[in-house]
Design a protein around this ligand. Structure first.
Ligand SMILES: Nc1ncnc2c1ncn2[C@@H]1O[C@H](COP(=O)(O)OP(=O)(O)OP(=O)(O)O)[C@@H](O)[C@H]1O
Length: 622
């Protein structure tokens, strides 16, 4: 795993504090009431046992002393009243917190999705970003989400409150003037210093717990990082393959079930092993805690019990002080445990923060494209080379090309020649690794990025339509001009089909949640063409636009191409050589290089690659 994306290096206190403040900031931004709510409820909850301890002792003492019944009943009512109010408050805050939990979770998902949609395309595809995204999504789940962080922070503050309450309860035994009974060891046991010693033991146990917890959590976090690849693979198999009906055809026809299940089982075994290792660590932590806690309990009972036996305190006080000391020990232990959990939790959630902070490296300039006249637009590739991130070979090499407004250009070449890559660079979805792309003589990075993108209407080879209405798909917006939508659908040859849908252009596509229309591959391609036309961009790029169209539809597209494109510039990629003929200029790419360019006639006369490809295809039609 790349260290750039996720690292578990030892961090300074300052860095941890910074992370803590980031996560607190996230909490506050997502819901400003969640932390106060969790803090309040835990502070109340921590006090509840002490109310029982103190009142229980007073009531028992009063009973033994045979005090007036009304006095005893008054204490019972107070105990019930305070317990009722505290429990009620606790439940109100708990319910409010639960109600906030889901909305916070959805807001986190919205943040992550929003970031994924706005991140530089180049960044989005990088291995580091993908890992960080998985970590952000998984970390959010793994730690129980951001709500879990504030919940655990609340519990931690509750532990601190519990220690404070225990001190208040124990004050009398520390301050009461003592008449020491017995001699030698008994005097030591009866001295108040021995109580301080118990505090000290609790303090030492806290450090011991901290050490146990820290080691355990470190191991758990390492296991979690190790598991990220397995999680991604699991997502791929489970969400992308087996739960999608579109992959069902290949799985059946090529009997891929066993092969896929074999790979999936491997991933699941890996995940189960990870889970087992985690549970093992948690179990070991728990056992160590229990042993230390039991030892402390024995010491507390001995010290306080001896006082009771010697008549220095009443039986009820023995119960009260032992309960307070036990609660103090528990609170110390839990405080450390919860502190470590909050730190671990914060570590997970920090990936979410880091993902949201991923910078967009794309330089956007301040030059406006709107100032340029469409008919004067010229895009020039100046010695452009390009290598995909993580790849070792150049997909484009020293490309020098010019695209003029109004030109119809065909890009042809064998598979893997670099045609789609060239288009991705032209649209600035990727940046050249060498050379420059100029718009009217100025580097395209000098122009406003959004405005530059708006100049292109593209139908990619692997275009995507979305589960929304036809009109929204075409206009890529909630607001649209219905007349214009009809026009472009008509130009793309799909208007008749859309018109007959139950709700026409307002009909949803695909069955996701609501019942939509399942369109065929060719129909979808026509809608994608309509979307590119609706954009009214000066540059239209069609990457294999007719690959899914029937011969008639293909014929209609070509014969009406001029009407379709009008005077805009069109770059057209196709493996059907006959369909390139209508283009004024044909650029032939091979191995990432421009091998030849010219009109159809010129290239045939030249008898190069184009002529070879043309003749090879023409033979099929003879
Ligand atoms: N995301 C990517 N990461 C790494 N290499 C890539 C990526 N996309 C494409 N390539 C490589 O870049 C080269 C050019 O690919 P490109 O898709 O541009 O070819 P093409 O001419 O459009 O091919 P086809 O006719 O098959 O669509 C290929 O060798 C391909 O393996």
């Amino acid at each position: 795993m790349s260290k750039h994306a996720i690292s578990n290096e030892k961090e300074s206190v300052g860095k941890i504090f910074k992370k803590f403040m980031h996560v607190i900031g996230i909490n506050h931004r997502l819901c400003k009431w969640i932390l106060p709510c969790n803090l309040g409820k835990n502070i109340i909850m921590a006090g509840l046992p002490y109310v029982g301890i103190v009142y229980g002792c007073d009531i028992l003492n009063a009973l033994v002393a045979q005090e007036a019944k009304s006095n005893i009943m008054s204490m019972v009512y107070q105990l019930l009243g305070i317990t009722f109010v505290m429990t009620l408050l606790y439940h109100i805050l708990d319910k409010a917190g639960n109600a906030m939990r889901d909305s916070i979770r959805y807001r986190i998902k919205a943040d992550i999705s929003g970031k994924a949609a706005s991140l530089d395309y180049q960044e989005l595809e990088s291995q580091e970003s993908m890992q960080l995204l998985t970590a952000a999504l998984e970390g959010e789940k793994e730690s129980g989400g951001i709500y879990w962080f504030s919940d655990k922070l609340g519990v931690l503050i509750g532990d601190v409150a519990s220690i404070f309450y225990a001190f208040i309860v124990l004050v009398p035994i520390l301050t009461k003037k003592q008449h020491l009974v017995g001699n030698g060891a008994m005097q030591i046991l009866n001295s108040k210093w021995i109580i301080y010693l118990i505090f000290l033991l609790n303090l030492c146990s806290m450090f011991l717990f901290m050490w146990i917890s820290k080691r355990g959590n470190k191991k758990q976090y390492e296991i979690y990082e190790e598991s990220l690849d397995a999680i991604r693979k699991d997502d791929y198999f489970y969400r992308e393959i087996l739960s999608k009906y579109t992959t069902g055809k290949e799985i059946r026809l090529y009997a891929l079930k066993d092969l896929l299940l074999r790979d999936m089982t491997e991933v699941w075994n890996e995940k189960c092993d990870i889970q087992d290792r985690k549970l093992d660590i948690q179990e070991k932590i728990k056992i160590r805690y229990l042993i230390v806690q039991a030892l402390l309990l024995v010491v507390s009972y001995t010290v306080i019990g001896v006082r009771g036996v010697n008549g220095m305190i009443t039986g009820a006080e023995v119960v009260k002080y032992v309960s307070a000391l036990t609660a103090l020990g528990g609170a110390c232990q839990y405080m450390v445990d919860h502190f470590e959990t909050v730190l671990l939790n914060m570590q997970y959630l920090h990936h979410y923060y880091e993902y949201l902070q991923l910078p967009n490296h794309k330089k956007t300039g301040d030059k406006s494209v709107a100032d340029l006249k469409p008919q004067e637009l010229v895009i020039t590739f100046e010695d452009v080379s390009f290598q995909y991130p993580g790849s070792k070979k150049d997909s484009l090499k020293h490309i020098n090309l010019t695209f003029h407004y109004g030109e119809k250009i065909a890009l042809v070449g064998p598979n893997g020649a670099g045609k789609t890559t060239l288009i991705l660079l032209l649209c600035r979805l990727y940046e050249p690794t060498q050379g420059r792309i100029l718009l009217n003589g100025i580097d395209i990075r000098e122009y406003d990025y959004e405005e530059y993108l708006a100049m292109f209407g593209v139908v990619f080879q692997d275009f995507k339509l979305f589960a929304m209405t036809v009109a929204e798909n075409v206009a890529a917006s909630e607001e649209y001009d219905e007349q214009k939508i009809e026009e472009v659908l008509e130009k793309a040859g799909i208007w008749d089909r859309v018109r007959k849908m139950e709700h026409g252009i307002h009909n949803p596509l695909y069955n996701v949640g609501i019942k939509g229309v399942e369109v065929s591959g060719g129909e979808a391609q026509k809608i994608a063409i309509a979307r590119a036309l609706y954009k009214n961009a000066p540059f239209i790029i069609l990457d294999e636009p007719t690959s899914a169209l029937d011969p008639m539809a293909e014929y209609e597209i070509y014969s009406g191409f001029d009407r379709l494109i009008q005077d805009r510039m069109a770059v057209y990629i196709s493996h059907r050589m006959s369909s390139c003929r209508f283009c004024e200029r044909i650029v032939v790419l091979k191995d990432g290089q421009v091998q030849e360019q010219g009109s159809h006639e010129e290239l045939i006369d030249r008898d190069g690659i184009y002529a070879m490809m043309w003749n090879a295809q023409a033979q099929n039609y003879q």
